[in-house]
Design a protein around this ligand. Sequence first.
Ligand code: ADP
Ligand code: MG
Length: 339
Amino acid sequence: MSLLSVRRLSKTYPGQNRPAVEDVSFSLRKGEVFGLVGESGSGKSTLLRLLAGLDDPDGGLVRISGKPMAGPKDRLVPGHPDVRLVHQDFRLLPNVRVEENITYALRGYDAAYREARLNAVLQLCDLQVLRHQMPRQLSGGEAQRVALACALADEPALLLLDEPFSNLDPLRRIRLKRDLAGIVRRSGTTAVFVTHDTADALSLSDKVGVLHQGRLLQTAPPHEIYNRPATVYVAAFFGHANVTLVSSLQKIARRPGVLSRFGLSASLCVRAEHVRFCKPPEADFAARPLATHYLGAYSLHEVRLAPGVVWQVSAPPDFGLPKSVFLQVDWEKVSGLAG
Ligand code: ADP
Ligand code: MG
């Protein structure tokens, strides 16, 4: 059975004519980490609040371990006892120490459980040496670990994190992300984290969900999202994608037979790194370079294959181009797109 099951969830805010979340369905097994990614305004926070039981959906149902979740209108205390939401701004109690922040999250439990869980999460989140510090003495990364310790204190079934990396020092972000992801993994808690960063979604999740205008366009493991995007939007959202109609390529391909495996009416997603510059006999296409963008680790070359067909091709940064070039595509890596 799924730990979290979301069925056809929708929410329109009063006075808005477009739903913030529309017909969203997905499910997670216990221990799975779900990265929910989308542009600003795509409905990520709204969906998270519905999962947290902080808002009522207009339609649809959230189940946790099979049990339907009640929204605020059906309960005295908002939220769900098995779900914890970690806010972007951490929301620690400012006037008490780290330790008391965690025991506050354990109020209502007996002393033995409080003590056991305090020690367990101090260790899990690597906070033993910080237990007597006040929140104002903590760095951003430390405050985030405390917020996570508070959220994990009473062993929730589901952990929700809203943009957990956005308030972290950019220089230390990579390390802090790894720490945070490690804590969530070791806790074994099922988690949903929201991000607008596609690299975070791909690198930290078991499953990625792409939200666009309130709709979940695709839910799949990271490599599938990247290599088999369901729509043009998903293809373009992750990395440099060249989306072109098969029928347009058919006219200019030097060996049109390579395209026969794709339907004539389909579009193809050809990633910039799946095209290489080659010698004429190996070429799938001839092209004319238009511009080069230096990006440090690599350069992105814009090349024109035909009128209206401009592709991006990545190559080592020191790669200079002649006036005309030849392109070879790694067809195994190319996927067809629905729409
Ligand atoms: P995200 O977290 O992806 O940036 P949100 O869930 O915050 O997106 O917002 C989704 C849409 O709902 C946006 O168009 C936003 O303007 C709208 N919205 C969010 N909160 C409210 C609210 N309380 N009242 C009215 N509209 C809202
Ligand atoms: Mg948001």
